[in-house]
Design a protein around this ligand. Structure first.
Ligand code: SF4
Length: 218
């Protein structure tokens, strides 16, 4: 298990590598963060941004979306993957927000995961990005990179979240999703991680146990 010094080295190394970047979710309004996160599932960032922008240009609050026709929502978010399912879900979600929460997005995990189609990853994203409440949203990048580095040894994202909450001190929680998502898109790629050039390879279990032996370097 990595200690505080190594974790600090990992976070500093990733930050230095990424430099100044645009935020993944540029909205502050909790409803928009929630919907944008739903739209982002299995969709590239650029397409998520396009879909969110066109959707919010017509329907920018739960009431308008709850009253919208599913077909009209579909048209606006077509660029997002699985847009038909998402359109239905977004409408349903808006209805439940109005019925159960007075049209306001709740700011706690329990209520957020009670919303249709909202799992822990989406709920944690909303806590971090909309409410600035420390939480760890584990998507495929966070799960993969945490395991490769040896921060956790887990099989599924839920276990990764639990393990990271124990391993990382709270001051890292807000940033870790954004850092690992971007690092996973640029360096620690799903299929061919660029380990030879990686700025944090000295902290990485995968580098030591898989990359170097394959290269004949260990
Ligand atoms: S050394 Fe390779 S596997 Fe480890 S974090 Fe860097 S890119 Fe990912």
């Amino acid at each position: 298990m990595k200690g505080g010094k190594e974790i600090s080295g990992i976070v500093t190394g990733i930050k230095k590598f990424l430099g100044k970047t645009k935020p993944i979710i540029s909205y502050q309004n909790p409803f928009k963060v929630l919907i944008a996160t739903v739209l982002s599932a299995r969709t590239r960032d650029a397409n998520t941004a396009k879909a969110a922008k066109s959707l919010f240009s017509e329907y920018n609050n739960p009431k308008k979306l709850a009253n919208a026709r599913t077909k009209d929502i579909e048209k606006l978010i077509r660029v997002s993957g699985f847009y038909k399912t998402k359109a239905k879900r977004i409408k349903e979600l808006s209805n439940v927000l109005i019925m159960n929460f007075g049209g306001k997005v709740p700011d706690n995990l329990e209520d957020l995961v009670s919303l249709p189609g909202v799992g822990r990853k989406t709920a944690n994203c909303v806590l971090c990005y909309a409410f600035n409440i420390p939480a760890i949203a584990v998507d495929t990048h966070v799960h993969r990179i945490s395991n490769r580095l040896g921060l956790v040894k887990t099989k599924i994202p839920e276990e990764t979240e639990k393990s990271l909450l124990e391993t990382l001190t709270k001051r890292y929680w807000l940033d870790i999703n954004e850092l690992m998502v971007k690092f996973g898109q640029k360096m620690c790629l799903p299929r061919s991680p660029k380990c030879g050039k990686c700025p944090i390879n000295s902290y990485c279990d995968y580098y030591e146990n898989i990359y170097l032996p394959e290269k004949g370097g260990a």
